[in-house]
Design a protein around this ligand. Structure first.
Ligand SMILES: C[S@@+](CC[C@H](N)C(=O)[O-])C[C@H]1O[C@@H](n2cnc3c(N)ncnc32)[C@H](O)[C@@H]1O
Length: 291
């Protein structure tokens, strides 16, 4: 599958960097951040009914990788509705959640009123050095304009010996919900529509890339594992509906298609999901490291 810059696999990371340095499709971090921010503000109330049923499946493995237990001071970065913060608190940890979307923060506060949630940017954390024993990012890294900067910030606010853990989606051949959607667009529509270019969506699906970026941010003792997850969809229509109404980059990609192409894409996605009895493998890649 040939992916555009906006959703490209790690195999294309260097190409994307070359394009950037050539200035052909350089990433404008401010424009991409604004695009993501507006997107999350718009879909915050729909997130729980869409991707959440699958993103929460890797939370126990993620908290184990970050060594979260009783008394651990945990920061859940890009917390969305706050699932990881809540799961950490259930283990006896002291958890705080941070998200740059005020709407997401409201969702989290409504869902878990006993936990502290703050509006804030992963790339500029409003905490002093060495404030936390563990930092977790569930499916947040792939939405950041400058993920390297977020890792540097995470390292700064972690205490020495503290652990960071993040999950991202596996590549679209394995996380087949994405594979189905991207293949359908490639077949019937156009993957290279004009949405603000961002860092490659599947960049951190590659363990070597995660380790490289973690090391550059100052982390040591890396571990990267794959975590099986299954998406039990309500019906063959659900995958299209969630991508169209409950995602940011993939929704923008779908919304930019011509009407005829979009109908063909919708039908193709429906058929591919029906063939799989609306149960899709959506594994996560879980990376962790120590300060
Ligand atoms: C896919 S959701 C993940 C939500 C939650 N962690 C989960 O696992 O379900 C991505 C979240 O990242 C947040 N986000 C994106 N960029 C961010 C940034 N620069 N700083 C803080 N949060 C950010 C979005 O608002 C959104 O809530």
């Amino acid at each position: 599958m040939i992916l555009p810059n906006s959703v490209t696999c790690h195999a294309d990371v260097n190409a994307s960097r070359r394009r950037s340095s050539d200035g052909v499709s350089a990433i404008d971090p401010s424009a991409f951040r604004e695009f993501e921010h507006q997107g999350w503000q718009d879909i915050a109330s729909r997130y729980h009914g869409g991707f959440a049923s699958v993103t929460i499946q890797s939370v126990p493995a993620l908290l184990d990788a970050a060594r979260v237990g009783k008394g651990t001071r945990v920061l859940d970065v890009a917390c969305g509705p706050g699932y990881a913060a809540a799961a950490a608190a259930a283990r006896g940890a002291t958890a705080i959640g941070v998200d740059f979307s005020s709407e997401m923060v409201e969702e989290a506060r409504g869902r878990y009123p006993e936990i502290e949630f703050q509006e804030g940017d992963a790339e500029r954390l409003a905490f002093s050095n060495s404030s936390f024993d563990a930092i977790v990012l569930i499916f947040g890294m792939l939405h950041l304009a400058r993920p390297e900067q977020a890792l540097i910030e995470a390292c700064r606010v972690l205490s020495p010996g503290g652990r960071l853990a993040f999950t991202v989606w596996d590549t679209p051949d394995k996380a087949v919900g994405f594979g189905i959607v991207l293949s359908a667009i490639q077949k019937h529509g156009d993957l290279n529509v004009g949405i603000p270019p961002g860092p490659p969506f599947f960049r951190f699906s590659d363990p070597a890339e995660s380790k490289r970026v973690l090391a550059a941010a100052g982390f040591v003792n890396f571990a990267v594992v794959r975590v099986p997850q299954i998406w039990h969809l309500h019906s063959p229509e659900t995958l299209f509906d969630v991508m169209y109404n409950g995602s940011v980059r993939n929704a923008a990609l779908l919304r930019a298609q011509k009407p005829d192409a979009l109908e063909a894409i919708r039908a193709e996605i429906r058929q591919m999901v029906a063939q799989r009895h609306h149960e899709l493998a959506m594994p996560a890649v879980l990376a962790s490291a120590e300060k």
